[in-house]
Write a protein of this length. Sequence first.
Length: 285
Amino acid sequence: MNRPLGASTFIWVSPFADTELQLASHVRELGFDVLEVCVEQPDLLTGAAVSRAAEDNELGISVCGAFGRDRDASDPDPRTRSNALDYLKRCIELAAAVGSPHVAGPMYAATGVTRLLDVHERAAQRSRAAEVLHAAGVFAAEAGVRLAMEPLNRYESDLVNTVDQGLELCDLVGLPNLGLMLDTYHMNIEERSIADAIVRAGDRCFHVQASENDRGTPGAGHVPWAEVFAALDRIGYAGPVVIESFVPSIKEIARAVSLWRPVAASPDDLARDGLAFLRRFDGGA
């Protein structure tokens, strides 16, 4: 199956803005089919500029959110939850404007927030997240956009770490345009079998990010890639597979994901080598 192969803007720059859209031509020159636009500051991005860059370079666009503490959909403070919903709506509007089929990311809570909660507190946290996600999902459906929640590893989230937990939250929200984004880095930590988890996600798998077990170049570590792609084939997943990684020089992001050392010689090396490896399994669009 020739799935589109993409690269995240996080590999090179943070925050991403209209002023950085020359990256689109660079990503195309490297051979990618999709640019994943990470929306840290919505005011820095406009649909018209992103669309023009995508069209000029014959790239698809994927929109991915960034969820800090002020965008925590599960927070007890209603003001924080309202801010999370407003931010999600901005991302959805951008996705609709640029033709992204989804907004992806760990939109149920804030990245890096980990707490020991009892059963009742955890249920309340999940319920608060579901309420925000339902409102966002209704708004997204009206715009023709899907929401792809990303389970994160236990060191980055205390709410959704596995595919099964993600599916439970999807069921709680109860909207057909809410599904999962599966990231091989997090799955390598949390799933007993990455392939089996992909199969369980089934048609709820809306998006895929590829990263190695050290969060580096796909193919440079021990993620069982043949099993990953066989499972994607089994569920009929035809969407993008996007390389996501980070560089220590982007300090805020590096701190949030505990990236204390380089995982590749350079961002370009990571992207180029990762793309060459993934093309062995998927030929690209």
